[in-house]
Design a protein around this ligand. Structure first.
Ligand SMILES: Cc1cc2nc3c(=O)[nH]c(=O)nc-3n(C[C@H](O)[C@H](O)[C@H](O)COP(=O)(O)O)c2cc1C
Length: 209
């Protein structure tokens, strides 16, 4: 499906039917998320892919028992980084050097810029910054799922501390910020299946100059 038609087709599914997504489609969605841009390309978040049914059931109470958690084929948890160090910057710089076949020394200025950012920004603001990057990636995942005709629900209706505990995220220096549930709509029980999209009209949404 082309992007615009896919975006008209998708909606935030309330009930899924438990059917599994083909692995190729899941991989495409994950790759689209990987291709999302991020500030400085630094990608200060990590994805947790949950397909295990038992683990989904453990996550359910922390997600206010929203049915998509257990009924999905997969959950992608977007976890923003809580801790920052110059080592992370050095690793990123090394990745650029290896990928583009350039000397690390040529990237010193860029490395300094990122180090300056992480050393001179409060932990709170770095977490907020990381969260924005994660949400952008969530958007890419939503769009890619729709193009692949896979249903999805973007979710922030959960207790992050509860989700983090189940997934052991604090020990990894991570904190959940959003969840993308992927699967297939259960047309018989989803009250929104035929609902029209509600969006502010384009001429109200946009100020033109
Ligand atoms: C960041 C974010 C968090 C959301 N959290 C939830 C959620 O926890 N549960 C849910 O059923 N829908 C959730 N939604 C879905 C929105 O309610 C939905 O996207 C919005 O009403 C527009 O409808 P549509 O996506 O079906 O077009 C969330 C959407 C976004 C973007």
């Amino acid at each position: 499906m082309n992007l615009l038609n896919a975006l008209k087709w998708r909606y935030a599914v309330k009930r899924m039917n438990g059917e599994k997504i083909p692995v190729e489609k899941l991989n495409d969605i994950m790759e689209a998320i990987q291709l999302a841009p991020s500030s400085l390309g630094f990608t200060p978040y990590t994805l947790i892919l949950v397909e295990d049914q038992e683990l989904k059931e453990k996550l359910s109470p922390a997600c206010f028992n929203q049915p998509q958690i257990k009924e999905s084929s997969a959950l992608i948890i977007f976890a923003a980084w809580k801790n920052y160090s110059e080592t992370q910057v050095d690793e990123y710089i090394q990745l650029i050097a290896n990928t583009r076949n350039v000397e690390v020394e040529t990237l010193e200025g860029f490395a300094g810029m990122i180090k300056n950012k992480i050393n001179n920004t409060s932990q709170e603001n770095l977490f907020a910054w990381a969260t924005k990057q994660a949400y952008l990636a969530l958007g890419f995942g939503l769009a890619a799922a729709a193009v692949a005709e896979v249903d999805s629900t973007p979710m922030e209706g959960f207790n992050p501390a509860g989700v983090d505990e189940v997934l052991g995220l604090p020990d990894k220096g991570l904190a959940s910020v959003a969840i993308l549930a992927l699967g297939y709509r259960d047309a018989a029980s989803d009250y929104l299946v035929n609902a029209k999209k509600v969006r502010r009209p384009i001429d109200e949404l946009v100020i033109k100059h």
